[in-house]
Ligand binder design. Structure first.
Ligand code: KG4
Ligand code: ZN
Length: 334
């Protein structure tokens, strides 16, 4: 079988990333330029600013990634790019860059789904076995995805309101942490010596759906009440209570889904997969229950183009190419 060398571009949100990946598994270069410092001042991602920042760095990053990979441009097999979901202006920058490069080099173009990318980040560490279950936890998504076979995605549960990363960021803000707050809440939860008791939202007994807005409101209540009564509040204890609630629900539902669908592997995916509390709880629980758990290395959990290259390789093998008329799809479904 012929090897693939895919140059991948990811610009769906506030990270510009370009990677070169061999056979969807071996990362030869993975450059990430984060805009976090720019957006911090606004307390969140400003779409217009994100697009402009992508434009500023993308050309240089393409050059640098190719150089770092040691692969000659003419030896690339294809150019892959995130088509969606994401911010339309941000996606557009990556798509135009990828199309231009594909056209200039005479290489095929491959369109990738951002969440498929997060899921296939797991293939960088280990070959996947099907059926597989993925727990996708990011800033925009919280889903349980059943994969009967390669490339077949069935969303069996999703959040009915906030995505888990979004809830983390909002709670972090209420606790006085800068954007993006997830890592701060994670750190505070580990430093706390006790936890504030907060509700668990299970929804209907047989549901794989999630809901985090009630929990987020419960946190805001605790914070507001303390300030009204002029009581001192231990933010770390709130962070720990919040994290315990989130992790317990995510772990329980994921394990139940694995059992119900006879999944051979559980794949943790998305930015919140970087959460230490979630990683540890899933590792312990899966070890106890004999479930084969995969978690991508930290650098491939949050947004990166290596995962896009990993997903694109499978499309390349199947000959699923995109045309130069490829459009950004901000609401693309799996
Ligand atoms: O996948 P990602 O990089 O971007 C999206 O596709 O949304 O996920 C970003 C999200 C943010 O909400 C961020 O706060 C959260 O992942 N995150 C974390 C941690 N690291 C990143 N949340 C909790 N604990 C962490 N350690
Ligand atoms: Zn993402």
């Amino acid at each position: 079988l012929q090897s693939s060398y895919i140059l991948a571009v990811e610009t769906s949100c506030d990270e510009t990333s370009v990677s070169v990946v061999k056979d969807g598994r071996e990362v030869l270069a993975n450059l990430i330029s984060s805009q976090v410092e720019t957006h911090k001042a606004f307390g969140g991602v400003v779409p217009e600013v994100a697009s402009r920042k992508h434009v500023e760095v993308i050309t240089l990053m393409l050059e640098e990634a190719i150089t770092a990979s040691g692969i000659k441009p003419q030896d690339l097999s294809a150019i892959a790019v995130t088509q969606g979901p994401g911010l339309v202006g941000a996606l557009l920058v990556g798509i135009v860059a990828a199309k231009t490069l594909a056209m200039a080099l005479g290489k095929p173009l491959i369109a990738t789904h951002h969440i498929a990318g997060h899921i296939y980040a797991n293939r960088i560490i280990e070959e996947l076995e099907y059926p597989a279950m993925s727990l996708v936890v990011s800033g925009g998504h919280t889903e349980l995805v059943h994969m009967e076979a390669e490339g077949k995605f069935e969303v069996i549960g999703r959040t009915r309101d906030d995505a888990v990363g979004e809830a983390y960021d909002k709670v972090a803000r209420a606790l006085g942490c800068p954007y993006p707050g997830g890592p701060h809440v994670d750190r505070m939860a580990h430093e706390a010596d006790h936890a504030v008791t907060l509700p668990r939202v299970w929804l209907e007994a047989d549901s794989y759906d999630f809901s985090f807005s009630g929990l987020k409101s419960a946190v805001l209540n605790v914070v507001n009440q303390a300030s009204m009564k002029k009581e001192t509040l231990d933010p770390a204890a709130v962070a720990r209570g919040f994290q315990e609630s989130v992790v317990e629900v995510l772990v329980e539902k994921a394990i139940r889904a694995v059992r119900a669908y006879g999944s051979k592997q559980l794949l943790l995916s998305g930015g919140v997969a970087a959460n230490r509390g979630l990683r540890k709880a899933l590792e312990e629980r899966c070890a106890k229950e004999g479930i084969h758990l995969l978690i991508p290395p930290m650098e491939y959990c949050t947004d990166n183009a290596a995962m896009i290259g990993a997903a694109a390789h499978l499309k390349w093998q199947r000959g699923e190419l995109a045309g130069l008329d490829l459009q950004a799809q901000p609401g693309l479904s799996l």
